[in-house]
Design a protein around this ligand. Structure first.
Ligand code: UGA
Length: 466
């Protein structure tokens, strides 16, 4: 199929490259000329595992081309809208980029085309889009509209594209449904050659959910909000574990074995971040309110998440007594591992809070340093976790990168001023860390002391300090 993808961000570029990989002829467009030139020269605007290889291969084969939006929509059989829908100050999704694309499609698209909303949009956006297309194109264009939300996770987006649990399509004509079935045929049949995991050929075929546009739009917001709710729920249970002597790892394991609950998204920590959950929960509350439903449950999900940083700062204070002037290593800046994305990253919020308290922060991230420099230009960035740890009063683990699992803790023990690790992602069992002579604080579990720390451990002096 001839497909145009509008928007070369995380969702757009990944979708465009993967659609080209399964045999379509794809044009990926963006109104940022600089980004188009970067992509044409074989470089990437952001890091996503395996994406660069797929982009370069398909660009070289001319199955993936980068064009201006006006050109890209001409002659396309399917046009995927993948532009950003950032939050406005009042929490609503900003739909101006989506509306702009609609006007360009109305003016420049030709033939019979299917316009597909992939960006996360409020329910009933499809109706507005259809109206815009009719108003601006009149009878000039034969065009159907569909909703096809994406469920790609940053860091595993390529795998998620090729092996989804479900593909959701919201349509109101048979033709639109047939076009989408054709677009995803290799995925629905799992009949492609997996570009990253050749052994994936036995993955179960994804479910195809065919529904109306409004239900499809709601599925996306409801799914993200539900997952965010799961995280806030487990974070509250973790607090309760700390207060009662229980162990969150065991509690989550015991809960997750019930298939009605499931083990995923029960990892407690310093809260959810990224460009999706915080904005989608906020937008969903607004969407519900505009439809006359008070979704106060989700307001509390947001509140709990906001309090995670304060609570983590309190943990640090309890160990260090005074934060001002203390040297702290922050390991992890990205909002989660395997991405360089720092948008709404808890680590960034944490650093802001620590700097406000006059801590001396030294930060390290395997991928996100450049992006972090744009939001925290004056921070001391280090080129390795060892450099970041030198002479520090505490090491804070804020993103669970695999690189941190494999650190030489003996070496780090020799570098730090005080052997204290405060783990905001529960990356380790307490024994793994205390074995190296560290005092280990985590989330929803009791503080753990090394045997070197016996006097400290017996008196529990650290825990008793105000
Ligand atoms: C999320 C959804 O998982 C995707 O299905 C969706 O397509 C995407 O948003 C989107 O709307 O575009 P993503 O934002 O990439 O994907 O990241 P997640 O893996 O969902 O993690 C979000 C945040 O929750 C991260 O900060 C992560 O550290 C945190 N998290 C996740 C926890 O704190 N605990 C958990 O158990 C799981």
């Amino acid at each position: 199929m001839k497909i145009s993808v509008i928007g070369a961000g995380y969702v757009g570029l990944t979708t465009a490259a993967c659609l080209a990989e399964i045999g379509h002829s794809v044009r990926c467009a963006d109104n940022d000329e600089g980004k188009l030139n970067l992509l044409r020269s074989g470089r990437m605007p952001f890091f996503e595992t395996h994406l660069e290889t797929i982009v370069q291969r398909n660009h070289a084969a001319r199955t993936l081309q980068f064009e201006e939006v006006e050109n890209a929509v001409k002659g396309a059989e399917a046009i995927l809208i993948c532009v950003g829908t950032p939050p406005l100050d009042n929490g609503d999704a900003d739909l101006s980029a989506v509306a702009n694309v609609a006007r360009i499609v109305a003016k420049h698209a030709t033939g019979h085309c299917l316009v597909i909303e992939k960006s996360t949009v409020p329910v009933k956006t499809g109706q507005q889009l259809k109206r815009q297309l009719q108003l601006y194109a009149g009878n000039r264009l034969q065009c159907d509209l569909a909703s096809n939300p994406e469920f790609l996770r940053e860091g595993t987006a390529i795998h998620d594209f090729f092996h989804p649990d479900r593909i959701v399509i919201g349509v109101d004509t048979e033709w639109a449904a047939a076009q989408l079935r054709e677009m995803y045929r290799p995925i629905l049949e799992q009949s492609f050659h997996c570009p990253v995991h050749p052994q994936c050929q036995h993955t179960p075929k994804p479910a195809l959910i065919v529904t109306d546009t409004e239900s499809s739009e709601l599925i996306k917001h409801a799914s993200n909000s539900f997952l965010a709710m799961k995280i806030s729920f487990i974070n509250m249970v973790a607090d309760l574990c700390e207060a009662t002597g229980a162990n969150i790892t065991k509690v989550a394991q015991g809960m997750g074995m019930d298939p009605r609950i499931g083990p995923a998204f029960l990892n407690p920590g310093i809260g959810f971040g990224g460009f999706c959950f915080p904005k989608d929960v906020q937008a969903f509350v607004r969407i519900a309110s505009q439809a006359g439903c008070d979704f106060s449950l989700l307001k509390e999900v947001e509140n709990i998440n906001k309090r995670r940083i304060d609570r983590f700062v309190e943990k640090i204070r309890q160990e260090l007594w005074v934060i001002a002037g203390r040297k702290l290593a922050v390991l992890g800046l990205a909002f989660k591992p395997n991405t360089d994305d720092v948008r709404f990253a808890p680590a960034i919020e944490l650093i802001r809070a620590l700097v406000r308290e006059s801590a001396i922060v030294r930060a390290y991230d395997p991928q996100a340093t450049e992006k972090a420099k744009a939001v925290l230009p004056n921070l001391d960035y280090c080129s390795s976790p060892y450099e970041a740890s030198a002479d520090t009063d505490a090491i804070l683990l804020t993103t669970e990168w695999d690189e941190f699992r494999a650190l030489d803790w003996e070496r780090i023990r020799g570098l730090v001023a005080r052997p204290l690790i405060i783990d905001g992602r529960n990356m380790f069992t307490p024994e793994e860390i205390t074995a190296h002579g560290f005092h280990y604080i985590s989330i929803g579990r009791q503080p753990a002391f090394s045997s070197d720390d016996e006097v400290f451990s017996r008196s529990k002096l650290g825990a008793a300090l105000p």
